[in-house]
Design a protein around this ligand. Structure first.
Ligand SMILES: [Zn+2]
Length: 70
């Protein structure tokens, strides 16, 4: 699981303050897999829109975060 936070409408890793939410391992693998299941992908995107109360390329931002996390 990955603990994230939406700060100024940007996805960031949670750093011990403020409101946070979790992305489960299933969702992480959806993003990591090159052949995305379109339905799961959309569902995840919706979750991110809801958490950030905004629409942006959050999947892209999450991919970026995942490249720095192991
Ligand atoms: Zn999930």
């Amino acid at each position: 699981m990955l603990r994230l936070r939406c700060e100024d409408k940007k996805l960031v890793l949670f750093k011990n303050n403020g409101r946070s939410f979790y992305i489960c391992n299933d969702c992480i693998s959806i993003i990591k897999e090159s052949q995305n299941n379109q339905k799961d992908y959309k569902k995840l995107e919706k979750t991110l829109f809801r958490e950030c109360k905004n629409k942006d390329d959050y999947i892209g931002q999450l991919k970026e975060i995942l490249t720095h996390v192991r």
